[in-house]
Design a protein around this ligand. Sequence first.
Ligand SMILES: Nc1ncnc2c1ncn2[C@@H]1O[C@H](COP(=O)(O)OP(=O)(O)OP(=O)(O)O)[C@@H](O)[C@H]1O
Length: 348
Amino acid sequence: MHPLTRLREAVRPGVPAPRADAAAPARPTPTEPAATLPEHAVPEHAVPECAPAERAVPEAVDRPGGARPAGPAVVSLRDAAVRVGGRTLWSHVELDIAPGEFVAVLGPNGVGKSTLVKAILGLVPTAAGSISVLGRPPGHLAQQVGYLPQRRSFDAGLRIRGVDIVRMGWDGDRWGLGRPGSARAARERIARVVEMVGASAYAHRPIGQCSGGEQQRLLIAQALVRRPRLLVLDEPLDSLDLPNQAAVAALIGRICREEEVSVVMVAHDANPILAHLDRVVYLAEGGAVAGTPAEVITSATLTRLYRTPIEVLRTSDGRLVVVGQPEAPAVHTDRHPPAGEGAARADR
Ligand SMILES: Nc1ncnc2c1ncn2[C@@H]1O[C@H](COP(=O)(O)OP(=O)(O)OP(=O)(O)O)[C@@H](O)[C@H]1O
């Protein structure tokens, strides 16, 4: 492979290409609860009460930054199911994500969290039901969706600067040619997002010499630079130490509010992100439970979902802390390229 092609593959922005076979448009507004596990899986008392699944997200007061924003949902799943490798991973999933909401997708290893975000991106087709993103089938408005795939790290010898990585997010597919429009607007926006993620001090260093946490911030800036309306982050806290997990979680919460972008983030450990979240989606046992952290993160619900005793405590300052949640393994053995896509971007 030509060295430039290899470099380009290594640092290409995570903007998903549109799929030809994306899901059909969403159905008209149903009236079922927002999200539930299949009835056989969770007794009635364990299913949190969720807002009705309406296409226009109703206001609520559960938002860390204030009331839940009203307006058309940015992401809607209606009775959605996904099959990979001949097996249904989850089904009957109902979910609405409002503009500017910070939503975490949580659950045990291998339950289908990454597959859920890939379905939202249009990289994996729905087997039943429907998904809509910004009112269109997944993958149709890729320019308005920023994506940070799982585990991207850079070779220590890579000389390209952090700021160039961010620039690639701006140029998109025209990397090396430049995107039409004002060069000044590009410079200003790139400087703005670099500052927003707190990377100004090291953005001009070679990316290979930046720490994992610094690289992660620059990649978040890359995903954000085109002012997406939806930011999809697949385990952005993976392999960061605890202080960095907390700092990056706080950063994402702040970005969510300042840029008015909806964020869907896959995570293993709820604790570093809980204080910043508007909603959580727990995947388990072939279905999903969604709601505010206070609704979903309870000892009874998590114990049932993980099939192991888990305690949820409330600290004196009102924070929820999950105790006893199984640790994620250091190596994920269940990673595959998404259906219909080569391995190029799947699981880096
Ligand atoms: N393209 C594929 N073909 C076959 N099986 C797949 C494919 N993609 C995912 N799977 C399987 O689907 C299951 C869910 O995978 P997924 O990566 O979505 O889980 P996850 O919840 O994100 O896991 P983890 O927490 O370990 O990252 C796994 O068992 C995985 O092996």
